[in-house]
Design a protein around this ligand. Structure first.
Ligand SMILES: [Zn+2]
Ligand SMILES: [Zn+2]
Length: 114
């Protein structure tokens, strides 16, 4: 998501916020963009991946809409505890994790079972 004050002709990194924790995008914060400028950051993706991919669980209510793909999905999903309107579906978690883990600059890795 972007701050409401964002100038669309001059978007700054600090205008870009994670939809799930509202953290500002910085050079050492990995982010993945979804549809309609939705954003998930690396730390949120780690939590989502742990719950949904490793834990095979989910905390999103039935009928949730994923903010990354904008679809109502039947699969399990993670709902942000801080911003309940933000849910990410299993498919998007998987795709985002695959993309982010290939980006060597960030050094983000898929979490493994503890
Ligand atoms: Zn986040
Ligand atoms: Zn999705």
């Amino acid at each position: 998501m972007r701050k409401p004050t964002t100038n669309p002709d001059n978007v700054q990194m600090s205008d870009v916020l994670c939809d799930f924790c509202h953290r500002e995008w910085t050079h050492d914060l990995p982010v993945i963009e979804g549809h309609e400028r939705s954003i998930v950051c690396g730390p949120c993706l780690t939590i989502a991946y742990r719950l949904v991919m490793l834990g095979k669980s989910g905390n999103a209510p039935e009928g949730y809409k994923c903010v990354m793909c904008l679809e109502k999905r039947p699969d399990q999903a993670w709902q942000s505890p801080a911003y309940p309107e933000a849910c990410i579906c299993k498919r998007c978690i998987n795709q985002a994790a695959a993309t982010l883990s290939k980006d060597k600059d960030y050094g983000w890795q898929k979490p493994t079972a503890e």
